[in-house]
Design a protein around this ligand. Structure first.
Ligand SMILES: [Zn+2]
Length: 340
């Protein structure tokens, strides 16, 4: 079978490898679609601190079950599935308290262990989620959707909350959709006009172009000066963190999703003055089933986010283009060849 390897930082290539053999309790999967995410780009650039090489990137995927080793009441060959890509050790203090998404020794597919940018892979059955009547292209976006959903659950977003999402990339827009499904009114801020238009078309109550107005003007106009009940930071940029504090109401919740790598300078007294609750949000936990249900019932439509689909034969150049940065694509999916 064919497999995309990042052999060393900067070098991605498709290589021929042996089709894996499922161990007892595992399924052999044929990958249908896999999404390119920021961490895959970091693996190629060599800026992902936890990656080792060579590495098969990819942790967002849909697949078809080819074969199961052992008996299963829940799964059968032909089922269309996605899988939870974060492998926890099950024994650290986080895991012992059920916080498996924040496992101290977490291994995410595509970063710490090989991922989905290959024709076949094996996975334990207990990590798989079947979907019926969901477009496999949408199913490949359940994992990034889960990042947004976990974040709004962390911040206890509820009916009637006025929520601001900073950053209208794929994760920001999936966070917006997550907050909307919980009954919130959601505004989105970004600096790219086309993404803001998309946010409004997907259900945002309003959008703020931060090249044209300040965050405090935006918060003032949307909330009558109150500030937002919840602010979700989905860029990882220092200025977005300080903007989030600025846009927050007194007593608001702030949830950090964007994986920032730069230092932020701010006066901590503002957290006290506004009595803010600040949440970190890492990976996701036990939400795949909820999100697949939303997709099956067509409560949400994630399809506008997949702005480009490339065949696996073009996956290397698609990954290189994404790593180059100069693209307005939101979610790029790699399509794998049909089963043989
Ligand atoms: Zn653990």
């Amino acid at each position: 079978m064919k497999s995309l390897h990042v052999t060393t930082p900067g070098l991605a290539e498709v290589v021929e490898t042996a089709t894996p053999v499922p161990q007892p309790g595992e399924a052999l999967l044929r990958v249908r679609f896999a999404g390119i995410c920021g961490s895959d780009i970091q693996v190629l650039r060599g800026t992902q601190p936890f990656a080792s090489y060579p590495r098969v990137p990819g942790h967002e995927f849909s697949a078809e079950i080819v074969e199961i080793n052992g008996a299963s009441e829940h799964f059968a060959p032909g089922d269309v599935v996605t899988g939870v890509p974060y492998f926890q050790d099950g024994s650290c203090y986080s895991c012992r308290r059920g916080l498996i998404n924040a496992c101290e020794h977490n291994e995410t597919m595509g970063v710490h262990r090989d991922g989905a940018f290959q024709e076949h892979l094996t996975m334990p059955l207990d990590r798989l989620h079947r979907a019926e009547g969901v477009d496999p292209r949408d199913l490949a976006m359940v994992e990034p959707f889960s990042i947004g959903y976990h974040a709004v659950r962390r911040a206890e977003v509820a009916e009637g909350d006025r929520v601001l999402v900073i950053g209208a990339g794929a994760i920001g827009l999936l966070t917006m959709l997550s907050a909307i499904t919980r009954g919130a009114q959601v505004w989105v801020a970004d600096v790219v006009a086309s993404r803001l238009e998309l946010a409004v078309s997907m259900g945002a109550r309003g959008a703020f172009d931060l090249t044209a107005q300040s965050i405090s003007e935006a918060a003032g106009s949307a909330t009558g000066g109150d500030g937002f009940d919840v602010v979700c930071e989905a860029t990882g940029l220092p200025v977005s963190f300080t903007n989030a504090i600025e846009a927050a109401a007194y007593g608001a919740r702030l949830v950090l999703i964007g994986n920032g790598t730069r230092e932020v300078t701010f006066n901590q007294s503002v957290l006290i003055k506004k009595e803010l609750d600040v949440y970190g949000s890492r990976n996701s936990r036990e939400v795949f089933g909820t999100l697949i249900d939303l997709l099956e019932r067509k409560v949400v439509d994630v399809s506008p986010l997949r702005t480009r689909i490339v065949p696996f034969t073009e996956a290397v150049s698609a990954l290189e283009t994404a790593a180059g940065g100069a693209t307005e694509d939101l979610k790029v999916l790699i399509e794998f060849p049909a089963g043989s």
